[in-house]
Design a protein. Structure first.
Length: 311
């Protein structure tokens, strides 16, 4: 009788337990006036081999972005975006010191004034319900307070050139897409896979071929994963690297993403990515570089995105 009672109780509990849907259509939901608090924290280590010696550059980046739905579109929404916080800290190799900027740091430091000047400047993001950032417009507004900061003119020009590589329309678009899931335009179930393509959120011209997959599905949470193959899409693009050197890249690598998604809203609460990219950076002749110089490079990066939807 006791065994029969246990079986009956278990059957009742199973009957009333939440059941995940067999098929689920994941989409981002937008409501007029909705706000999203978007926070990013990244650690990057770049190892360069110069004249047979390994040199490591470590960078920590943290930013907070506020997104507000200002218009609904046929495919998704138009959002007003503003950086609320911005921090970048880089440790250079061989005792060359550190440099950085922090919008919340002491404002007697010009670099912190520049970071502060970038914050709270509106620009526009267009996003679809499937997670594609169609375009970003107006990031030139981020520099509207730049000229008011008192700083050595040459140093200021070099810093602006470097920052504009990370905070232009295309770069910000890539940064946003890196923390979003891309959904297929069809219902999905555990084990399903689909493909997408995106650019990496780096100053380097790198793109990613993404293979997405679905893990566990419950009424409260969907596990979404991604594995990406990374490659250089423009080997002739000239980029500026600290301390103001011009270079080109030829690199490739891999990325892994793990995310937790609210199935009702489509928005991830947390996304974690790890990537490893290696290849050759060519420092171009000029200044202290007499001739073009190939530098083997390895980039390792870990990033965490957290998103909070405010209705």
């Amino acid at each position: 009788m006791r065994k029969l009672l246990v079986i009956c109780v278990s059957a009742c509990l199973l009957a009333f337990a939440p059941k995940p849907p067999a098929d689920l259509k994941l989409e981002y939901t937008f409501g007029m006036g909705d706000e999203l608090e978007w926070n990013q924290s990244a650690k990057q280590a770049i190892t360069q081999t110069i004249m047979g010696m390994d040199q490591e550059v470590k960078t920590n980046v943290a930013s907070g972005l506020l997104l507000k739905v200002v218009k609904l579109t046929p495919t998704g929404a138009q959002l007003e975006a503003r950086y609320k916080t911005l921090m970048l800290q880089t440790a250079l190799p061989m005792g060359m010191g550190e440099y950085g900027l922090n919008s919340q740091g002491a404002q007697d430091k010009p670099e912190n004034q520049i970071a502060k000047a970038i914050t709270d400047k509106p620009f526009t993001v267009y996003m679809t319900r499937l997670g594609e950032v169609e375009k970003v417009e107006g990031t030139e507004n981020l520099w509207s307070g730049f000229d008011k900061v008192e700083m050595d003119a040459d140093k200021k020009a070099k810093l602006k050139e470097q920052l504009q590589q990370s905070f232009n329309d295309e770069s910000v678009k890539a940064q946003l897409e890196a923390g979003l899931m891309r959904y297929p335009n069809k219902p999905i179930k555990t084990g399903d896979t689909w493909m997408s393509k995106s650019n990496m959120p780096l100053t380097f011209p790198l793109s990613a071929n993404n293979t997405w997959s679905v893990g566990d599905i419950t009424e409260a949470l969907v596990k979404v994963n991604c594995k990406s193959a990374i490659e250089t899409y423009d080997k002739n693009k000239v980029i500026v690297v600290p301390p103001g050197l011009k270079s080109k890249m030829d690199m490739s690598g891999t990325l892994k993403l793990d995310g937790a998604v609210n199935p009702k809203t489509g928005w991830p609460s947390q996304v974690k990515t790890t990537s490893e990219i290696k290849g050759i950076m060519t420092l171009l002749a000029g200044g202290m570089i007499p001739t073009d110089m190939d530098v083997p490079m390895l980039i390792k990066m870990e990033t965490t995105y957290t998103i909070r939807v405010k209705k």
